[in-house]
Design a protein around this ligand. Sequence first.
Ligand code: SAH
Length: 224
Amino acid sequence: MKIDVLTLFPEMFVALDSSLMGKAKEKGLFELNCHNIRNYSIDKHKKCDDTPFGGGAGMVMTPQPIHDCINAVDPKHKAVRIYMSPRGKRLNQQIVKELSQNSDLLILCGHYEGVDQRVIALDIDMEISVGDYVLSGGELPAMTLIDAVLRYVPNVLGNSQSTVDESFSSDLLEYPQYTRPQEFCRLSVPDVLVSGNHQNIEQWRREQSIEITRRVRPDLLEDK
Ligand code: SAH
């Protein structure tokens, strides 16, 4: 998979150089290119923002550098072009799974009050939000999306079973996990998990999943 990110702050993406994503990148399982929108500004001071027409607080990112950057990076419109935005469709595991089927993604990160609407009209295929709250920039949302999508790319996760069992993969939250030691601060691991009876373990995990989902996210059960 190839991912192009358009941002005013490419240095933020070092966060993806660590842990699982860092290893996957090293192994060449995906290609991540961060493009600095500022390099595409034709303004003599490389300006990329201006005051909003109609007044109001803050600055808006100007369309020219973004439009030129998108069309330089993806001239044939091969990529699914995404703008990270609180006005977008709220990200969920289903959208993550669908996006992971594409070979090319382009992700635009806004800043300040966001981007000029004409860039969205001209160049963007979909807007995605990471939740009902406002962040100062699209970089953390973009990294969230990239991490979630790459987990579906073959061999990125050590154990490919991981995306099958975990939370949301079956509209349920995951069951509680335990590891060594068997007793910790006088709390023991549930007996069933050390029983060796795989059928009972599976049943216990399913019951726990349903119970936890009912308690903290009943909406996931209602949606079914
Ligand atoms: N004025 C805008 C918010 C701009 S926040 C509004 O009220 O809708 C600045 C940038 O941060 C946005 O352009 C977007 O790229 C990013 N951003 C902020 N919150 C986000 C969220 N919940 N999901 C995805 N991107 C977000």
